[in-house]
Ligand binder design. Structure first.
Ligand code: MN
Length: 266
């Protein structure tokens, strides 16, 4: 199996390094292309208004390349500059869960999504860990089990999976669930600080996000100690709203014809 490995925590993240060697040992060829620094929260950003550098950092059974770009830049450089054609793109192990709407902000899930866009299956793996001791070994074992068991040919072409692992030793996991994307509750705050010249600077912060523990959701699974696996899709269309009868009420615009009146029913 040919695996392209990236992340958004940066090339020096222990989650990436340990996973790379395990994948190599048990599954085959691995190429690592990852950002040279932490890029958490960059989502699907791509660098095209300035150049990107690519450095071969280590070449010992696995080639480790660092880039000055984002996770998406890493995927593009691996595919089109290093000419690596992976069977799967793996992004992680991220330190911190990517549950509910986190996936909108996450560079980890974005890298897996880029795979799906370009026709390569992708998985994003995150560990539900903030300041406590990280059980990366558990998430690595989950990743290996997933990759050993999945048969990509049974899935639609542009599928990608978001995997979240509770921060527990392997023996303490309570199961594995196929889930849907849940709902986060964020408590954002802005902290004002002073730079060395006394000018105000701002830090976006807040308490660690909570979530609504709806049955079947990714958040509920992880809160119970279960590994959560969510199949994701590229299409953002709200199909419920598209077929909503209220949406079909129309008014006439003299120039443009019929406009739908959108009334969101609560
Ligand atoms: Mn991250």
């Amino acid at each position: 199996m040919k695996i392209l490995l990236t992340n958004d925590d940066g090339i020096y993240s222990p989650g990436l390094n340990k996973l790379a060697y395990k994948l190599k040992e048990e599954l085959g060829e691995v190429l690592v292309v990852a950002p040279d620094r932490e890029r958490s929260g960059v989502s699907h950003s791509i660098t095209f208004i300035q150049p990107i550098r690519l450095f071969l950092l280590k070449d010992d059974k696995i080639k480790f390349y660092a880039t000055t770009g984002t996770p998406i830049d890493c995927i593009l450089l691996a595919l089109y500059q290093l000419k690596f054609k992976p069977d799967v793109i793996v992004s992680g192990i991220n330190r911190g869960a990517n549950l509910g709407e986190d996936i909108i902000y996450s560079g980890t899930t974005a890298a897996a999504r880029e795979g799906a866009i370009l026709g390569f299956p992708g998985i994003a793996v995150s560990l539900d860990c903030y300041n406590e001791y990280p059980f990366f070994e558990t998430a690595i074992r989950v990743t290996l089990e997933f990759l050993k068991n999945i048969c990509w040919q049974y899935f639609p072409h542009r599928v990608y999976f978001n995997i979240n692992v509770p921060n527990l030793p392997w023996e303490k996991l309570t199961g594995v669930k196929l889930t849907y994307q849940g709902k986060r509750v964020y408590k954002n705050e802005i902290e004002e600080m002073k730079d060395p010249w006394g000018r105000p600077v701002y830090w976006i912060t807040g308490a660690p996000p909570k979530g609504i523990l709806e049955e079947g959701s990714d958040l509920a699974a992880v809160s119970r100690g279960e590994v959560s696996i969510t199949p994701l899709q590229l299409d953002y269309t709200d199909y419920k709203l598209l077929s909503n009868q209220v949406c079909k009420k129309l008014f006439i615009s003299p120039r443009l014809g019929e406009w739908p009146i959108i009334e969101i029913q609560s």
